[in-house]
Ligand binder design. Structure first.
Ligand code: FPP
Length: 258
């Protein structure tokens, strides 16, 4: 069962974690957290393992992160699992990453359903292998009536391509008279993006010490709080997520005001 007790029972410091969770839940939590899960390759290299071992370990962290995000009452997490640029990686690595959704959802979908999690995906579907897409589509279908945490996989996603496609669609709609130029504002433009059903992320987390956005949600992250950690994704644990959310709670968001 995907419940609170099981979530913490292996931890020696479970009471400290539980206290932290309760403390954090007393203050507003970010609604939408976006995560760049980086450092799988370096994690594997440090252990003289193949890079794919890091991705497999990273997949397990997706499960832990989802559980805790749900427990904290977040509305959505968007995880950068594969970018439109990641096709440049060696074929065996790409093939392996493309199998991870099958394995993850094949194993954990019943838990996600039980926990009321909704699975979603954003990215260019047509280039994905059939097995990857069908695992995701099955999960989307089977969780579509859930109304808890949204677990949104960014898979074959690239922000510049997304923005360009939105611009092309806007031009089309203006040319056909469906949209008037004067009607186009930030809210309307946002509705042309892949994230139309989401609020913009309140918090972006990137692991592994890299301080860049790597073509991830460039429009949507305009006012997000950014939190970078040196921790490699496979080592990212509940403590780290709580640390990021606590840091968010201490920040004062001004959205350009004073
Ligand atoms: C970046 O680390 C990581 C990726 C491109 C893949 C991320 C995928 C997962 C964490 C698993 C996703 C799970 C599911 C269920 C889809 P890197 O390989 O660039 O690491 P490096 O910078 O250390 O080389």
């Amino acid at each position: 069962m995907f419940n609170k007790i099981r979530l913490w029972k292996n931890k020696n410091n479970s009471s400290t974690l539980r206290d932290k969770i309760e403390k954090i839940k007393k203050l507003p939590v970010p609604e939408h957290v976006a995560i760049i899960m980086d450092g799988n390759g370096r994690w594997a290299k440090k252990r003289a393992l193949p890079r794919i071992a890091g991705h497999h370990e990273g997949m397990k962290v997706v499960r832990k992160t989802t559980k805790l995000a749900n427990e904290l009452g977040l509305k959505a997490i968007t995880l950068y699992a594969f970018s439109t640029e990641n096709w440049k990686r060696p074929k065996n690595e790409v093939d392996y990453i493309m199998k991870l959704p099958d394995e993850f959802l094949g194993t954990f979908l019943p838990e996600l359903i039980e926990e009321n999690v909704q699975v979603k995906m954003m990215g260019y579907k047509s280039q994905l292998p059939v097995h990857t897409l069908s695992a995701i589509e099955k999960a989307i279908e089977e969780t579509k009536n859930n109304d808890g945490l949204v677990l949104n996989f960014a898979l074959n996603y690239g922000s510049r391509a997304e923005i360009l496609d939105a611009v092309k669609q806007v031009v089309n709609d203006c040319n056909s008279g469906k949209l008037l130029e004067d009607q186009l504002d930030e809210k309307v433009f946002s509705s042309y993006l892949m994230t139309t059903e989401f609020t913009d992320p309140d918090l972006l987390i990137r692991t592994s010490g890299e301080i860049r956005l790597s073509n991830f949600m460039l429009w949507q992250l305009a006012y997000s709080e950014l939190w970078f950690t040196d921790v490699l994704w496979p080592d990212f644990n509940e403590e780290h997520l709580l640390e990021a959310v606590e840091a968010f709670q201490k920040r004062q968001r001004r959205f350009g005001g004073v």
